[in-house]
Design a protein around this ligand. Structure first.
Ligand SMILES: Cc1ncc(COP(=O)(O)O)c(C=O)c1O
Length: 404
């Protein structure tokens, strides 16, 4: 067996299941889960219709590059959304969601034969980054993003000798769990470091269309263009339809950026066998071409966050994020910093599931020593309908008021 498999950590939801295994939730309340970040708004009919109309595609093998119309539709979307010119022939590749692309990219971008090969990840982070680094034969270096910096990642705090052996950097903007969007000056710093040390930047932007400020979040490719960089050197951005269009089950997204990386990734993916079904491609073309449903979807999240956030602000240190669909709250002092205790007691008393923040982050070890930046926090995914999220918030308010 591959010995690297033993380096993988249990997934946060597996840890949550074990944590809650012996708890009997209060039967007086209906169960509400704010645990998993899976979109639950309805899938737009136009996507379902396009999928049905595309069923004939099942009779042939799809190509790994995807059909030209899909890549052109994605290029058009990048043009409208970010004012970018991206070449659909050489700078775009369809992927089956960002999750698999984040994982697979390491197989292309990493050279584990170099001593100390390192992947730099934000902390807290989406756990696939870590698995992708470890199974790619690299070490991880976690960079804290905590409340003191308004959840910006402390890229400037990474030691020079770590950058020198870094091959891949994962960026998550808007971030999961805190929803922070990376600004142009942070991008400038990362690009300079990448130019100096030659590492690849993979920007995970799957929450980019769910935002609460007037201005849409800056994208990595957009930042590169605004800084006058040509050809997106050493940069790829990836996103998906999962959150934008409420189709996590479709498994559809894309990677765009540096044509050299895309070319190598295409080669890797040909062998990996990760071509997107043409039926999914047909549905994806319809989804990327339409913006109305995305505007409606965003409006639903905005209304929900506008109702829920003020309720929780009364009892928790929490604020409306820049973007995303999570609230990332600090638990009250009565819990002595134990996010696990908060989660267990809330489930037992009020039948509401929240994810302990420490499950989404790591305590830095050795030279990367740092406290777990998720400890003492909880993540609440506001993915259910508004009424259910408001009900959950009211229960959390009651829970904290009676506990304090
Ligand atoms: C930060 C982040 N990246 C990537 C993903 C994967 O999404 P998908 O594979 O559906 O695009 C998720 C899913 O929750 C996520 O939170």
């Amino acid at each position: 067996m591959n010995p690297l498999l033993s380096r993988l950590q249990p997934y946060p939801f597996e840890r949550l299941r074990q944590l809650h295994a012996d708890i009997t939730p209060n039967p007086a309340f209906t169960p509400i889960s704010l645990g998993i970040g899976e979109p639950r708004h309805p899938t737009p009919q136009l996507i379902k219709n396009a999928m049905i109309a595309g069923l004939d595609g099942l009779a042939s093998y799809p190509g790994t590059l995807g059909v030209p119309k899909l890549r052109q539709t994605i290029a058009d979307w990048l043009g409208r959304r970010y004012n970018l010119e991206v070449d659909p022939a050489s700078q775009i590749l369809p992927v089956n969601g960002t999750r698999e692309a984040l994982f697979a990219l390491a197989q292309t971008a990493l050279d584990p034969s170099k001593p100390g090969a390192c992947v730099v990840c934000p902390n807290p982070f989406y756990q696939i980054y870590e698995g992708s680094a470890l199974l790619g034969g690299a070490q991880t270096w976690f960079v804290p993003s905590d409340a003191a910096r308004n959840f910006a990642v402390d890229w400037a705090g990474v030691p020079h000798d770590v950058w020198a052996r870094t091959q891949l950097v994962f960026v998550c903007t808007p971030g999961n769990p805190a929803g922070a969007v990376m600004g142009l000056s942070e991008w400038k710093l990362l690009f300079e470091l990448s130019d100096q040390h030659g590492f690849v930047i993979a920007s995970d932007e799957c929450y980019s269309e769910i935002y609460f400020r007037d201005e849409p979040p800056l994208g990595g490719l957009q930042a590169a263009a605004q800084l006058g960089r040509k050809g997106f050197k050493n940069l790829v951005a990836m996103t998906s339809l999962s959150k934008r269009s409420n189709v996590p089950g479709l498994r559809s997204g894309f990677v765009a950026g540096d044509a050299n990386i895309i070319q190598s990734f295409l080669l890797y993916r040909t062998y990996h066998g990760s071509a997107m079904s043409t039926v999914v491609q047909a549905a994806s073309i319809a989804a990327w071409a339409d913006e109305e449903h995305v505007i409606d979807n965003r409006a639903m999240y905005r209304e929900k966050f506008a109702r829920v956030t003020p309720l929780l602000e009364e009892v928790l240190e929490v604020a409306l994020p820049d973007a995303g669909f999570y609230l990332w709250a600090k638990i009250p002092p009565a819990f002595a910093g134990s996010d696990e205790a908060f989660s267990c007691e809330l489930l037992a008393a009020y039948n509401v599931v929240v994810l302990p923040g420490s499950y989404l982050a790591r305590t830095g070890e050795g030279a990367n020593e740092q406290p777990n930046p998720g400890a003492g926090r909880i993540r609440m995914a506001l993915v259910a309908e508004t009424a259910e999220c408001v009900e959950a918030a009211e229960r959390i308010v009651q829970f904290i008021q009676t506990r304090n």
